[in-house]
Design a protein around this ligand. Sequence first.
Ligand code: HEM
Length: 134
Amino acid sequence: MKKNTVAFSAVTLLLLVLIGFGIWMMISQQNNQSQGAPQDTTVKQKKTFTIDEVASHNSRTDCWTIISGQVYELTDFINRHPGGDEVLRACGTDATTLFTSRTTKDGQSIGSGTPHSQAAQEQLDQLKLGTLAK
Ligand code: HEM
């Protein structure tokens, strides 16, 4: 009788330990899920640049430009530009007029002298570095 009681207690204790372990596993799994995907720490920092900074990137091998208050790096794009080296006019300057109307500031047409296409604008978006400081 006493032996049975001891055995019963031992089994009960074992069951309680097992149930406890099961519950602990469930809770820790839920905690992991609620943490969700790891935080994206690669979110692009918003950057601003001065005109002087842009002006120092004024060559074929290091070409930044300003278009409508945004700063772009054109260096890798220069050799892919469908309009050839005309794009070099943009390096280190505010090229808003050049890009939006393909004319110089004094009204001289470059190529067709028409605005760049929507496709050109989309390519430009991919080259954005940041915003021009006010
Ligand atoms: C800001 C200085 C730039 C100048 C002076 C310039 C000039 C030209 C010229 C002369 C053409 C040949 C077609 C035509 O005469 O209409 C052309 C075509 C083209 N350029 Fe530019 N370009 C400039 C910047 C850019 C930039 C920054 C991009 C894009 C990142 C770009 C994208 C294109 C594309 C995609 C074409 C093919 C025609 C079109 O889709 O409009 N250009 N460009």
